[in-house]
Each structure stands twice: as C-alpha cells, then as structure tokens.
Design a protein around this ligand. Structure first.
Ligand code: PEP
Ligand code: MG
Length: 316
C-alpha cells in the first residue's frame, strides 16, 4: 500500500482497486497552467474564462480569446480541457455590460447562462474562438455553461455549441433545480459538472461570500450530498458522466465520498491534487461507497465527516 501511495504521488487518479478517477485542475487562465502541470493534473476540469472579461471597457475579441484558449489546450496534448463560458454577473460584474435593471439580489439575477441568452453575440464570439483553438490542438475540448437551471437552457446551449462546430457540450449543476432534474439535462448534453460552491449557496439560501454562514456552506452537509447523489443518478439514466468541479473535491475524505456517490471525475485548485490523489489510491471503490452511505445517513455535517472517516482508514 505504501508503494502504491508513492506511485500515486503523480500519475492518473484511481482508487486502490484500479477504478480511474480523472483528477483535473480548476484554472482562471494560462497563468495557472504551471501549477496544474506541476501538481500532475490530467487536464483542466474548469477553466473560469470570466477573468478575460472582467475589469475592461469592452469584451475581448475573438483573436485575443483564441490565443488564451490555445495556450491552455496546448498544455494538455491528448488530455481533456473543460472550458466554461462566461460566468459574469452577481459577484463578477462586467464593466462593459452593466445589468439592464437594478438587481436587488444579484446572486439570483441575470448571471451566467442567463446573461449569455440576453447577449448571445458575446457567447458566440467565445464559442467561435474556442472552436478555432480546438481545431489546432490535440486536446479534447469540452465546453460547459454556468448557472443552468432548466433542461431548456441546457438544450439551447448544446444547440449553440453544435452550431459553432464544438464536439462536446455540457452544463454545470450548481442550481438545485438542475440537480433535481439532472436526467432531463443529461438527455440533451454530453456531460454534467457539479459546482458545489454555488450548489451549497443556493440549496441552503446562504450567500457564499458571507463568512458568518460558513457552517451552511459546509460541503459535508448531508443535504448537499443528497443533491450530488440525485445529480449523479439522473445523469446515469442517460449514461452521461457527472463530475465535480467545486472546491468540495479538494478535501481528500470528501473526494472519496464523492467517488462513492458515483462522480466521474474531480476538478480542484491544483495544490490540492497530490493529497487527493494519494488518499484515493489508498481506498477501494467499495470503501468509498460505504463512506458515502455513512455520510448521507448522518444528521449533520460534523457527523457526516466522522461517519465517513470510519470507512477511510488510509486518511492521514
Ligand atoms: C461552483 O459554483 O462550485 C463553481 C465551481 O464555480 P464558481 O466557484 O466559479 O462559481
Ligand atoms: Mg459557480
């Protein structure tokens, strides 16, 4: 086991019984690539492209975007790169596109895919830049939309990606309605990706930026784990993979629980990758399933943590 643990310091993610769990990096742009590669990311599970758009007087043009996307794709030849379309609004306002109306609750406002539907020209330039970058790269580009609440929105996004010549379209599951109806979403896209940061915020009605509410965004909350399980089950009805790209994946014990719930891949900020890779390599899929079951049976986040750990003896 010790040797397996050492081998697992790099290399692809897998449970001790050899079930692959791709370990991917969350990045904000090309400047994060060095850390992703250094920590052995197998690809990118979430490229937050909004950083290209923030703090500027006009939207970046197709060529500027293409150059950034090309750099990211070229860092993972043959690997998987999941790029999220612009997720602006709420805590990430655009200087060149102020809200059309006063938004008393920006987190519930015209953000993410809602903004893209109101201004399709911005998303279409982005999709065109992505298609051009992908045509010159061996990386497997997958494009996904943020803040999707309904299957109708998912279908609209998938159609726009197909129109742009993009081979794979997915959506984030970060709004409770999307988790509840994951099967409907999975029927019209190629993959789902759980954003546990916003999913916790919206499920618990607790602003993710408020430190005073930390206990409510605890990703070990059994209510959040139930939503994850529902999303994975719904996706499974269509054989659609459902990964996680929220920071919940960065907690090694919780990563095992997520694998036990059936998630297909884990994406996190790069420095968290080695510890997750090591802990995963010391536990079987069966242990992960038992840990997940115990966590969901708990009545609180604290109890869930303790109950899961009892099935994960390889935790440091
Ligand atoms: C999330 O909401 O969990 C997520 C991964 O996206 P972001 O943190 O960028 O909102
Ligand atoms: Mg989010």
């Amino acid at each position: 086991a010790r040797q397996a643990g050492l081998a697992a310091a790099t290399g692809p993610g897998a449970t001790s019984d050899g079930r692959p769990v791709p370990l991917l990096a969350n990045i904000g742009g090309p400047r994060d690539l060095a850390a992703a590669l250094e920590h052995g990311a197998e690809g990118v599970g979430l490229y937050r492209t909004e950083f290209l758009f923030l703090d500027r007087a006009s939207a970046p043009g197709e060529e500027e975007q293409e150059a950034a996307y090309q750099e990211v794709l070229d860092a993972f030849p043959g690997g998987r790169v999941v790029v999220r379309t612009l997720d602006a609004g709420a805590d990430k306002p655009l200087a060149f596109l102020p809200p059309q109306a006063e938004e008393p609750n920006p987190a519930l406002g015209e953000r993410g895919i809602r903004l893209s539907r109101a201004h399709p020209e911005i998303m279409n330039v982005q999709l065109a830049a992505l298609a051009r970058a992908a045509s010159r790269s061996s990386a497997r580009l997958q494009v996904m939309a943020p803040m999707v609440a309904t299957a109708e929105e998912a279908a609209w996004f998938a159609a726009a990606c197909a129109e742009a010549g993009l081979p794979s379209a997915g959506v984030m599951v970060e709004v409770p309605s999307a988790a509840l109806r994951a099967a409907d979403l999975a029927a019209v896209v190629d993959f789902l990706s759980l954003g546990t940061n916003d999913l916790a915020q919206y499920a618990f009605a607790a602003d993710r930026q408020l430190g005073a509410l930390t206990a409510l965004h605890d990703p070990w909350q059994p209510g959040l784990l139930d939503l994850v399980a529902l999303a994975v089950e719904g996706a499974g009805e269509h054989g659609t993979p459902c990964g996680v790209c929220g920071e919940a994946a960065a907690d090694p014990a919780l990563a095992c629980v997520l694998v036990g719930l059936g998630v297909a891949s884990l994406s996190m900020s790069a420095p968290a990758l080695p510890a997750v890779r090591a802990v995963l390599s010391r536990h079987s899929r069966e242990q992960c399933v038992l840990a997940a079951r115990a966590a969901r049976a708990a009545a609180s986040a604290t109890e869930a943590r303790t109950a899961a750990r009892a099935h994960l003896p390889g935790l440091a």
